[in-house]
Structure formats: C-alpha cells, structure tokens
Design a protein around this ligand. Structure first.
Ligand SMILES: C[S@@+](CC[C@H](N)C(=O)[O-])C[C@H]1O[C@@H](n2cnc3c(N)ncnc32)[C@H](O)[C@@H]1O
Length: 215
C-alpha cells in the first residue's frame, strides 16, 4: 500500500462499520499514522497506531503532515474521496507527489440505493459551508422537472434551510427526499414537499434529493 507513496486518502463510507470496504480497512491497518474526524477514527478504534483528530484547523493539519512527511500515513475522509472531500486540499499541500486514493461508499450512493434508483444523470451539489446560491442555476429546470439534484447539507445549511430556499423560489410543492445519518443507527428518511421540509426537524448530516418522484 505505502510502497510508492507515503500518503493515502481513504474513503471510509457514510460512517458505519458495515460500509467500510475491506480495501479501506487494509489500507488503514497498513498506516503508521491515521488522521481523521472523530467518527472516522472511531471506525478504526481497534488499530493501535498514532492518531490525529482533524478539528477543522487546516493549518495545524498541514504542519502535522509536514512533520510526519515520509511515514506511512492515511487521511480518512467520509464517503468517497472524489466527492466534496479533503482530497484536493491534501493534493495542494504536496504538489507533484503521488497520493494513493482508496474509494469509499458515498452518502449520495447510499441515498440512491435507499431510493432503488439510478444516479447517472444526477447533478451533485454541496451546501455544506457554501452559499445556497449554488442551487440557483438549477431552479428553472427543477420547476420543469428537467434536472435531478443530490444536495449535501451541513453546517448552517440544514435540510429545513434548503426547504425554505426552495419555498422562497416558488417551489413549495416540489417533492424532495431527505436522508439523515444514512447507514447509521439514527438513519431517518422521508419523502415530503419542499414546504414540509422547511418546517421539518431533519437536522444532522444529510442528503436532499430533488427532481425525483416517489415510485
Ligand atoms: C464534507 S462532505 C463529504 C461527502 C463525502 N465525501 C461523500 O462522498 O459522502 C460531508 C457531507 O456528506 C454528507 N454525509 C456524510 N455522511 C452522511 C450520512 N451518513 N448520511 C447522510 N449524509 C451524509 C452530509 O451532507 C455531510 O455534510
């Protein structure tokens, strides 16, 4: 695993042990240092290597990575590294260096599995730490049912806030699907209108799917 690069970014899936792939587990077990958020590190509580908790202080993380550079290290990210993860930031810290990537099961993949629905034409958006204006270019096509969106929610932009944004843009009757803590003990899912979503108490890490209809 660490023969051709000291650094691996591992997608650990949506957060429960049953969605950690054997390849992810093998790569984590081969690392001398594991870096990740609390939930990701907890998935590897049995591994007795050095661990560093990511708190959101990326400067501290960069300093730490520079200090341990060369030692077999794995950065754990939720879901898949290719979708709104820390991977681009890690690459920017070490330009020109090879970084191994282990794919994981994305929250969006799990959302569409719950819906028993394909996702090849879906537009992926994240409102986690981003303005809701990322939704704006898609509103006309949502109104005419010509686009399907998978929206990651997070921070201040909770599912009810997304619902309120859709209501404010004339889409109160739009059917949306919401999935919270997918794959975990606290998983909650529902079909509801945007107006109902705006009034709901679906909080926590979530995915909102818009532009699909219930079967
Ligand atoms: C920084 S992004 C990472 C996305 C990740 N790379 C992926 O492929 O799912 C974090 C967001 O993913 C979504 N997410 C992560 N785990 C989730 C889960 N178990 N259930 C629902 N959404 C989840 C939430 O929208 C959360 O705010």
């Amino acid at each position: 695993m660490f023969k051709d690069s000291w650094l691996t970014v591992i997608g650990v899936g949506p957060g429960s042990g049953e969605y950690v792939t054997p390849a992810a587990r093998r790569a984590a077990a081969a690392a001398e240092v594991l870096i990740g958020g609390r939930k990701a590190l907890d998935l590897f509580a049995d591994l007795e290597c050095e661990k560093m908790l990511i708190t959101g202080d990326l400067e501290r993380l960069r300093d730490f990575l520079l200090k341990i550079r060369g030692r077999p290290t794995a950065v754990l990210v939720s879901g898949d590294p290719g979708l709104f993860s820390l991977l681009p930031w890690v690459k920017r810290q070490f330009p020109g260096e090879k970084i191994n990537v282990i794919p994981g099961i994305s929250s969006i993949q799990l959302a569409f599995a719950r819906l028993a629905c394909g996702w090849e034409d879906v537009v992926f958006l994240s409102c986690h730490g981003r303005s809701l204006e990322v939704l704006e270019p898609y509103l006309p096509r949502l109104k005419s049912a010509q686009v399907r969106l998978a929206i990651l929610t997070g921070g201040a932009n909770t599912p009810p806030v997304i619902g309120r944004y859709l209501v404010d843009h004339g889409l109160e009757g739009l059917m949306v699907w919401v999935g919270i803590e997918l794959g975990g003990d606290g998983e909650q899912t529902a079909w509801l209108t945007a107006a109902e979503l705006a009034r709901s108490d679906f909080l926590g890490p979530g995915v909102v799917i818009a532009g699909c209809e219930p079967d």
